[in-house]
Design a protein around this ligand. Sequence first.
Ligand SMILES: [Zn+2]
Ligand SMILES: [Zn+2]
Length: 466
Amino acid sequence: MPSRVCPVVLCFALAFGTVLVAAPGSAVAAASSGPAAAAPAGTAAAGPAHPAAGAAVPPVDPDLVALYIDLHSHPELSLHETATAAKLAERLRRLGFEVTTGVGGTGVVGVLRNGPGPTVALRTELDALPVEERTGLPYASTVKVKNDAGIEVPVMHACGHDVHMTVWAGTAARMAAARQSWHGTLVLLAQPAEEVVKGARAMLADGLFTRFPKPDFIIALHDSPRVPAGRIGFTPGFTLASSDSVDVVIHGRGGHGAAPQTTVDPVVIAARTVLALQTIVSREDDPLDPAVVTVGSIHGGTKHNIIPDEVKLQITVRTYSKEVRRHVLDAIARIARGEAAAAGAPRPPDVTVVEGVPATYNDPALSARLAAALRRRLGDDNVVEGRAEMASEDFSEFGLAGVPAALFRLGAADPEALARAHAAGEELPSLHSSLFAPDRDPTLATGVEAETVMLLDLFGAASPAR
Ligand SMILES: [Zn+2]
Ligand SMILES: [Zn+2]
């Protein structure tokens, strides 16, 4: 639902914080010191097909900065990304892509057929979040809209999907300009509704891999405020967890708070249930197989002296393996029913899994290949392997649809601000924060370079060794 932030998804807000440090003197750091206005205009901005290894990453094109500012100041909620999608579709048309809009809702698919060769897909998301921006940036969002429940909410690109779109558009321009130097089919897809983990599934259901060329590989970047701008982070294998939301309604028998003997108190059952649920991870799950069970919401009752009829729990579950996921979900139901039965509840609780997204798996061979290509271009220090996270993403759906997939992290933190924060034992504002503000120009420049390098490598046109 676009009317609320999906409670189960928090993209890339964790990890890498203690692993990576600022990268002064790196190729990208050097590029970041140059003003965007120094970039050449027009087609020259597309840059060389084979950027010299170790050379400074070209500054971000002013046209892309303008696109970023436009997207940032005009965010749209999940499933309502109409104007955003139109802007991207128009850019792809101008570059010569075959463009289809309205795929899986507001999704956009652009295909650039460039002779025989592999088919490679590059994905961005389109949607923003109901967050009130407090960054103080001159182009900060002031957008407010009515959500589907009719409630006015602020809107902000607090997850950096505007970064992804801008980088994606810049990469499209680079690849279109460099089409003499690679061969194959490039599929650019702009996915709606990532924040509510519905868009990837909707695009697949709308024929993403049947109406359009099915890719041999699919790749994407997600920005991270815990990785300094100029760097790329990655995790082979499982990189993000599955996510399920579970609603539990515990039924009791309400009555007067001063006459508990006439009732079955669902508040007490709920309290026992919340504690008992903690034993799923601590006592039932293999300690080497990560899982999270968080009761994020508990609601029951209206007044001091009334025992209510029911209490509602909202639970988020994160796992990697399918077996652990199944076990945890089954255990929640078992424990909830067991506690209700032990208390003599008049009927068993209702247990409903309301939404779910599988774990995101980075194909190990593809990850190694892309990391090697990125290291040749950006340097070993700027391509860093990190830990997996328990956050979630619906990028997982593309991999499960049978396409080797890799989702890498794009450093978005001002390296000096990140170093200062770490020195103070703090972190910079996370994704989904009203204060999240990427280090714009170096983040965009590195993103375009990284996506171009990865695509060229997958098309067999890798840039030379560093
Ligand atoms: Zn997000
Ligand atoms: Zn995101």
